[in-house]
Design a protein around this ligand. Structure first.
Ligand code: CP3
Length: 345
């Protein structure tokens, strides 16, 4: 495990290190020419399951940008692939499933697979290579939250409003609960494998939770998300997009160390909602990565200023790095954040 004095782990514990730690969701990937070169001829999910390749791709942005954390190069659908579910990532689109899970019989079939039987050897092998090179820089592991995974699995692919998933939770709550419970156990196993192999923190991605209303989130989603991360031996970051209307619930009854905030809600407002017992992560607007540096710089300084309202702040984007981003913009953000001394105390 990475030394607990690293700025990232200190911030997760509620401390304010001299320099605000910074990393980027989707820092590994298409914004980097060295990634595009390595990926030629290998499908996305095959790359994730080739330990040397996944390790190298994870390390590329750490070497280039000098970020305070690595994030494991994998995908939220990898545990489903390990469960034998037929899934591919279509470039420019996202995860696509050969057999969507729509009926009670579909739910019976998929939940008959025991998450305890999944073989995570390709994951743990990659993480052992990564942590050996990282030294004191922590590795963030991750998994998809049950709702976001279900939204893909039930639709069969990406969708805008996730209508079929939201329909199932009301039309057939029994099937919904069985599927969401199974997904929470699958993601939990994926997280445990990453932690056992050396990840020092984990992030639960509920990217599409923003399509829910607060009552549905509380009743049908939060208990399953909580089950996927409760009592893990490392700090948990919980991230969603568009979750402003139920941001307080993203703390999952106080078990998360940090909540990720998207670009819509200023961090001081988020801190007022979430209170003094949680670290905030975010929330540079990914759109501003396309702006001239002077404008982006002002925005980053404003995010850092507002982040001072929280007990601690981990600088990140409000969602992932868009593929067309000039990677030098990311390097400049890291340099800027590290040059701001004493933002704490
Ligand atoms: O953050 C990181 O750098 C770690 C790697 C990571 C990937 N996917 C790599 C990836 C993480 C944390 C994810 C999680 C993930 N995957 C989420 C949650 C985070 C989020 O963005 O909201 C979701 C929704 C997915 C599903 C998924 N996988 C989508 C929607 C896509 C994009 C499809 C496209 O081509 O635009 C993917 C593919 C994917 N996952 C890529 C990467 C680097 C691009 C694949 C490529 O290089 O062709």
């Amino acid at each position: 495990m990475a030394a607990t004095h690293s700025p990232m782990l200190r911030a997760l514990a509620g401390d304010r290190p001299e320099q605000t730690p910074v990393w980027f969701m989707r820092q590994a990937g298409r914004s980097l020419p060295e990634y595009r070169e390595l990926r030629v001829g290998t499908r996305m999910l095959d790359a994730c399951l080739t330990p040397e390749l996944a390790a190298e791709i994870t390390l590329q942005p750490v070497r280039r940008h000098k970020v305070d954390a690595a994030v494991f190069f994998s995908d939220i659908v990898i545990p489903l692939r390990l469960a034998g579910v037929e899934v591919e990532i279509e470039p420019g689109r996202g995860p696509v499933f050969a057999n969507p899970v729509r009926t009670r019989a579909d739910v019976d079939r998929i939940t008959a697979i025991d998450p305890a039987d999944l073989d995570h050897e390709a994951i743990t092998a990659a993480i052992r290579i990564i942590t050996a090179e990282l030294g004191d820089t922590p590795l963030v592991g991750f998994a998809g939250a049950p709702f976001t995974l279900a939204a893909y699995l039930i639709e069969g692919g990406p969708s805008k409003e996730h209508l079929r998933a939201r329909a199932m939770m009301h039309a057939d709550p029994e099937s919904w609960n069985r599927l969401a419970d199974w997904l929470s156990r699958v993601s939990r196993r994926f997280l445990e494998a990453q932690i056992d192999a050396g990840a020092s923190a984990v992030q639960l991605f509920d990217s599409w939770a923003g399509s829910l209303n607060p009552d549905d989130y509380r009743a049908h989603i939060a208990p399953h998300s909580k089950a996927s991360v409760i009592d893990l031996p490392v700090p948990v970051i919980h991230f969603g997009v568009g979750t402003g209307p139920f941001l307080g619930d993203m703390r999952l009854d106080g078990i998360t160390s940090a909540v990720g905030v998207d670009w819509r809600m200023p961090l001081d407002e988020a801190a007022a909602v979430l209170g003094p017992d949680v670290t905030l992560q975010g929330n540079i607007d990914p759109a501003l990565l396309q702006a001239p540096w002077e404008i982006l710089e002002k925005h980053v300084l404003e995010v850092l200023r507002r982040g001072r309202s929280a007990r601690a702040h981990i600088l990140n984007l409000g969602h992932g790095v868009p593929p067309e981003t000039d990677p030098d913009q990311l390097t400049r953000i890291v340099e800027l954040a590290h040059a701001q001394q004493g933002l704490g105390a």
